[in-house]
Ligand binder design. Structure first.
Ligand SMILES: [Zn+2]
Length: 146
């Protein structure tokens, strides 16, 4: 039996089933045909967050940020570099807490940037403060595995 993982499409939101062994073979969406992974964090609104945090079998690493936050801007390229290393085993997303205050309130985000890791709708870990790419990757892998 091959384990299949449910992976929501970042483009059309279709729920794809991808055999775990094929995850690294640049799988495309069965509905829209676009790549399921682009080595880029997804910009998530409330619906996108719920889709990728709750309906996916992949852990979701979220960067809670805001446009006025200097350290967030400093960390942005590091978070993108981390996406290239963590996909496809971990999905990365960004939540603009100014555009989506409901999500910031729901998770009681008190300082930004805050990184939080989710799986099947549950928060596994969180960490506040800007981190370099290598540290983001190490932190996410350690908590996704635990
Ligand atoms: Zn699609």
């Amino acid at each position: 039996m091959t384990a299949a993982l449910q992976v929501p499409c970042p483009h059309c939101s279709a729920l794809n089933r991808v055999p775990a062994a094929r995850l690294g073979d640049a799988p495309n969406c069965g509905r829209c045909g676009k790549a399921l992974f682009n080595a880029q964090p997804l910009a998530l609104d409330a619906a996108g967050f719920d889709l990728h945090a709750s309906r996916s079998d992949l852990p979701l690493l979220v960067d809670f940020w805001a446009p006025w936050c200097g350290p967030c801007k400093v960390m942005a390229p590091h978070f993108e570099a981390a996406a290239a290393q963590l996909e496809p085993s971990i999905r990365l997303g960004k939540v603009d807490t100014q555009a989506n205050p409901g999500l910031g309130a729901r998770f009681d985000i008190r300082s930004i940037p805050t990184l939080a890791l989710f799986l099947h709708g549950r928060e596994l870990a969180r960490m506040s403060g800007a981190m370099p790419a290598g540290e983001i990757v190490r932190w996410a892998r350690a908590h996704a595995a635990g």
